[in-house]
Design a protein around this ligand. Structure first.
Ligand SMILES: Cc1cc2nc3c(=O)[nH]c(=O)nc-3n(C[C@H](O)[C@H](O)[C@H](O)COP(=O)(O)OP(=O)(O)OC[C@H]3O[C@@H](n4cnc5c(N)ncnc54)[C@H](O)[C@@H]3O)c2cc1C
Length: 445
């Protein structure tokens, strides 16, 4: 990237939700003079995989704070008519056994909203200058020293700048994540024991064809497996079968590749004993794509080198848990922008960028976000190691289901998290620590 002396140059690897939101946030929240953000995306065109994505109130509120108002439009996403974000029903009887509710979500536009990913992605893209996104640039390696950061691409080219943000998702080369792996080569993902079979299609395929089609978003829970169905915005519909798979990480890596089309016959077979609504939904589902769910440990820090950090799935490998990843990526992005805004406050175009400001920004970002995502990762790892079914020898199907339901974790702390307030608390704590340190130094003198 060409540089004028006072430019602050940022490289972002990956133009998914996290990468785009980071570009928007750095531009709008941080107000850095002479900021130059460039995104490098491996895909040759900007289209998102045809899956659904749900954003919880934290993600919707953050979209608004980032100024992405177009994503809050009623027609873009689907919000349950009852105001209940998620209804849980019995796999066999179809009876409602519990519901999730919002605790403190006064603005109805911030209620849980379900999108076709492509629509959410396009809404974010409207806020990022097209010329700042370079397509067909697959990162194969990242490096950093005291003065600069570099990305190397599979076409033999490279880019150099002041700050690097790894936004290349969970498994950027099909197995691992390149930016994270460049700095922590020993980091490993593992199969969580769950596979999601996802499909998104036109809602006309279900309308009038599925008797008793629910108006709300429904999660049917069985003794081991789940089935999810919901309307999405813009007349789309989604079905997701989530089933337990006893294979090891190595076995799964050999047999299933990411985002490939899988057999819809397998989905129908898997749910053939479920209630008639679920069965009818599997019949109208035109295709499925299997996504084996991979998870990883939390990182000791998100500051990988003096000028390098991660965002979104690259920073917290929680897989598809609680459909939280899109909202977390947006909250990460908001916090990153706030952190740079705070650390670089008062730095004008005439000043050269201070290394200490970059370090303070990354430190604040990591401190504000890590404890929150670590809490999620602890739950995810506990569930994976216990096995989601948590069945015991002798349990019949009904007992297995009640055990699962009893162990269902409450997620209001996640879905209604306020990233801006958490950032303000982090800054206040750091300032208190600095005052305490100064006082203790005085006492020692
Ligand atoms: C089965 C499943 C279901 C999910 N359901 C939900 C849900 O309902 N709600 C929700 O909020 N979240 C959900 N998630 C999580 C959500 O998809 C992610 O958390 C979210 O997409 C994170 O965005 P990201 O930008 O970090 O990563 P990604 O969306 O993976 O984006 C990464 C980007 O980087 C690019 N890239 C990757 N490698 C390279 C490279 N080497 N060089 C250059 N570019 C690269 C990719 O092409 C992509 O554009 C689900 C996840 C899974 C697996």
């Amino acid at each position: 990237m060409a540089r004028n002396t006072n430019d602050v140059r940022v490289l972002i690897a990956g133009a998914g939700i996290a990468g785009l939101a980071a570009a928007i946030s750095l531009t709008r929240q941080a107000s850095i003079p002479n900021l130059k953000v460039v995104l490098y995306e491996q895909a040759d065109e900007l289209k998102e995989i045809g899956a659904s994505i749900a954003l919880s109130p934290n993600g919707m509120r953050t979209l608004e704070r980032l100024g992405v108002h177009n994503a809050l439009a009623d027609e873009l996403g689907f919000r349950s008519p009852s105001g209940i974000p998620q209804v849980f029903r019995h796999w066999k009887t179809n009876q409602v056994h519990s519901v999730d509710t919002h605790n403190d979500v006064p603005d109805p536009r911030h209620a849980t909203t379900r999108f076709h990913r492509g629509h959410l992605h396009s809404a974010l893209l409207e806020h990022v200058p097209r010329e700042s996104i370079h397509l067909g640039k697959k990162t194969v390696r990242a490096e950093a020293d005291h003065q600069s950061v570099s990305l190397y691409f599979d076409d033999g080219t490279s880019a150099r700048a002041d700050i690097l943000i790894g936004a290349d998702g969970l498994r950027s080369d099909g197995r691992m994540q390149i930016v994270r792996q460049s700095f922590i080569p020993q980091y490993k993902l593992r199969f969580s024991g769950k596979v999601f079979m996802r499909s998104t299609f036109d809602a006309s395929l279900v309308e009038g064809k599925v008797p008793d089609l629910p108006a709300d978003s429904i999660h049917w829970w069985g003794p081991k497996d789940n089935f999810f169905a919901s309307r999405l915005g813009k007349q789309q519909y989604t079905t997701v079968g989530a089933y337990s798979d006893p294979r090891t990480t190595e076995e799964v890596e050999k047999t299933v590749s990411w985002d490939e089309e899988g057999g819809v016959e397998f989905l129908r077979e898997r749910y053939k004993d479920w209630n008639p609504v679920v069965r009818a939904l599997t019949e109208v589902t035109p295709y499925t794509k299997p996504y084996p769910n991979f998870i990883g440990d939390s990182l000791a820090t998100w500051v990988l080198a003096l000028r390098v950090t991660l965002i979104g799935d690259a920073a917290h490998a929680h897989g598809g848990a609680f459909a939280a990843g899109g909202s977390l990526a947006l909250d990460d992005a908001l916090t990153l922008g706030l952190a740079f805004g705070h650390a670089l406050k008062g730095l004008d175009a005439e000043q050269s960028l201070l290394d200490s400001s970059i370090q303070l920004a990354l430190e604040l970002y990591s401190r504000a976000r890590q404890p929150h995502t670590e809490r999620l990762l602890r739950i995810v790892h506990r569930q994976a190691s216990e096995g989601q079914g948590q069945s015991q020898v002798g349990d019949d199907e009904e007992q297995q289901l009640s055990r699962r339901l009893r162990n269902r974790a409450s997620t209001v702390w996640l879905s209604e998290h306020d990233a801006e307030a958490a950032f303000a608390a982090t800054v206040a704590k750091l300032e208190e620590e600095n005052i305490a340190e100064k006082q203790s130094r005085k006492v020692k003198l």
